[in-house]
Design a protein around this ligand. Structure first.
Ligand SMILES: [Zn+2]
Ligand SMILES: [Zn+2]
Length: 340
């Protein structure tokens, strides 16, 4: 199953011409999970992944640069006659926030499932779960999220199964499904013909945070850690005062957690990104600083390493391809905005 990350906004609290406020879209098979939704996220989507229906939206905290895009996105879905339900997760205060926004958004034609979460919570989905962990930021209750795929069964060895006298066909499938079957010399158990379970993939996002142990634990051995990198070492005190990290601190967390790849986000325009990256790479070699509209593909470990694709966000969804083929289409049907 394909797993990729589209970077819609990689900048700090003030949008610049090159970097918008925070938003990341994870596409796993046909499912779309958005993490944070800063102001302007809709247009960032329009220019890359398309206005795809997000299935689950996770907010890390309620600072404007992480959530101001949400009311507009909900309204757009409504104008587009969305019918599929949508789940929104966020720390305590999420329900209040949405009710405060109600006069702006109005009644929606689709079901919104709202759930407040806190560190330690686990949100179960089909084939994976999203773990919530507490981070250290100036906003109360700020959290990070870890998308953890279920373990996959180990590789099945048909030669061994044949040697044990198992009939090729339905019994092969039963073994792979964990059932014991009969062979020519007695019962054959799955563990005789299957390797050990293989770990699922893991992507971890911190949102805004200082360096903290809870991230190290949540991100242990993850394929990809997307971490706050608001400052450079020269401003380490400012980072501590505001609940943010330097690129070096992000790299130290990534190194301690033994992640495969570190992606720095929440990048401020005050620094040269190359300098920030150099500082981080001295500690964690496999560090990248995605730009808006870049993507990172995360293959199963036996198929390769996570890879940064420049300008790859548009290739992560079908809708993006369709829209790109149309070469800058007018609003799709229903998106005429007449009552918005
Ligand atoms: Zn922020
Ligand atoms: Zn913040």
């Amino acid at each position: 199953m394909d797993l990729s990350v589209a970077f819609l906004g990689t900048g700090g609290p003030v949008p610049t011409a090159r970097r918008n406020t925070a938003s990341v879209l994870i596409v796993r098979g046909g499912e779309k999970l958005m993490f944070d939704c800063g102001e302007g996220t809709q247009r960032q989507m329009r220019q890359s992944v398309g206005l795809v229906p997000v299935d689950q939206l996770y907010l890390t905290h309620f600072h404007l640069d992480h959530c101001l895009g949400l009311p507009g996105l909900l309204k757009t879905y409504d104008l587009g006659d969305r019918s599929e339900p949508m789940q929104i997760f966020g720390p305590a205060g999420l329900e209040q926030l949405l009710s405060d926004w109600h006069p702006m958004i109005g009644k929606l034609g689709f079901h919104l499932e709202v759930e407040e979460v806190a560190g330690g919570d686990v949100i179960r989905h089909d084939g994976y779960e999203v773990e919530v962990f507490k981070v250290e930021h100036s906003a109360r209750n700020a959290v990070g999220y870890a998308l953890l795929e279920d373990d996959r069964p180990g590789r099945f060895d048909p030669d061994v199964a044949r040697e044990l006298g198992v009939q090729e066909g339905p019994d092969f499938k039963r073994l792979q499904d964990g059932e014991t079957v009969s062979g020519s010399k007695g019962d054959v158990r799955p563990d005789q013909v299957m390797d050990e379970d293989r770990m699922g993939r893991a992507i971890v996002l911190t949102g805004d945070t200082g360096p903290c142990q809870s991230t190290v634990i949540a991100a242990a051995d993850a394929d990809l850690l997307i971490h706050d990198s608001s400052f450079m070492t020269e401003d380490i005190e400012r980072a501590a005062e505001t609940g943010h990290s330097t690129s070096v601190q992000a790299a130290e967390v990534a190194e301690q957690a033994n992640v495969k790849m570190l992606a720095l986000v929440h990048i401020s325009s005050r620094y040269h990104v190359g300098a920030s990256l150099d500082e981080a790479r001295a500690i964690k070699e496999n560090t990248v600083a995605p730009r808006d509209f870049d993507s990172i593909v995360v293959p199963f470990p036996e198929r390769g390493e996570p890879e940064l694709i420049r300008n790859g966000a548009g290739k992560t969804t079908d809708l993006a391809e369709k829209q790109a083929a149309d070469d800058g289409p007018p609003d799709p049907e229903g998106f005429d905005g007449s009552d918005g």
